[in-house]
Design a protein around this ligand. Sequence first.
Ligand code: GA4
Length: 324
Amino acid sequence: MVLLSKATTEQYSYIKNCMPTKFSSTIPIVDLSKPDAKTLIVKACEEFGFFKVINHGVSMEAISELEYEAFKFFSMSLNEKEKVGPPNPFGYGSKKIGHNGDVGWIEYLLLNTNQEYNFSVYGKNPEKFRCLLNSYMSSVRKMACEILELMAEGLKIQQKDVFSKLLMDKQSDSIFRVNHYPACPEMTLNDQNLIGFGEHTDPQIISLLRSNNTSGLQIYLRDGNWISVPPDDKSFFINVGDSFQVMTNGRFRSVRHRVLANGFKSRLSMIYFGGPPLSEKIAPLSFFMKGKESLYKEFTWFEYKKSIYGSRLFKNRLEHFERI
Ligand code: GA4
């Protein structure tokens, strides 16, 4: 076993002692091709704010091709990768997450999903990467809308596109993220864990994650325990985001999650964060009020974004917007 020297350990402020977690078999699985999907989605959002989707309709070939190009991108020299520009707000980032001192054992690409925005991706075959990214993003956005429409149906809301229209809007402020967590063999020691991406909730409405077969993702349950999500490269994992929590007046809750880096295998994940237009008012829908008070003060997605970008990753960002 290799031990990290003290200097190195200090440098790794991303080392944490996490309680051992179990791989969970309790994570809800929703088969999108089955008629009970809508009911199961609603139940999963109420209980976990998280579920796994199978029979999602996104071609495995397209996924694998994109993953291959992404690995190729991350295997380039730092100098080459940095030509994309810093993630301010879109670009290539390494170790630093956000702008408030959060770090992780990670490198990533943050991209705008707006097709009209011609993001620059460098590498040996940038056109291919760009083309695969664009078609993947539109398939995943389509799936996100399908899931949101099933949610509306499952909740028995008349207007089927009440949530999905926000992602379909040309001004939708959605983001795409490709995360690479390099393997870190030195970390097979002393019950310590290397934090890839520290605990947080996603601020948007809904997030759709797909990763290779390397473990690392963990979610925080309402009973106060962290559980490890068994990796599954054929499926997607769906997170309820903070904005959805507000729109449902707390009926759905955003899920706290984190990623631990793996000692032996690198992890590659691709996440679509479905967000509303910047000017959209984020407030509980009247459907979720029925005789109840709103738990939140009124705010626009722009105001929420401004507040989150000034905060640390682990913070409960909705706190400032709660009515006391
Ligand atoms: C978490 C979800 C998305 O990855 C992200 C992240 C963003 C960033 O990496 O710049 C944030 C984080 C995320 C929430 C708090 C702020 C902003 C890092 C950070 C410390 C792209 C997003 O939208 O919010």
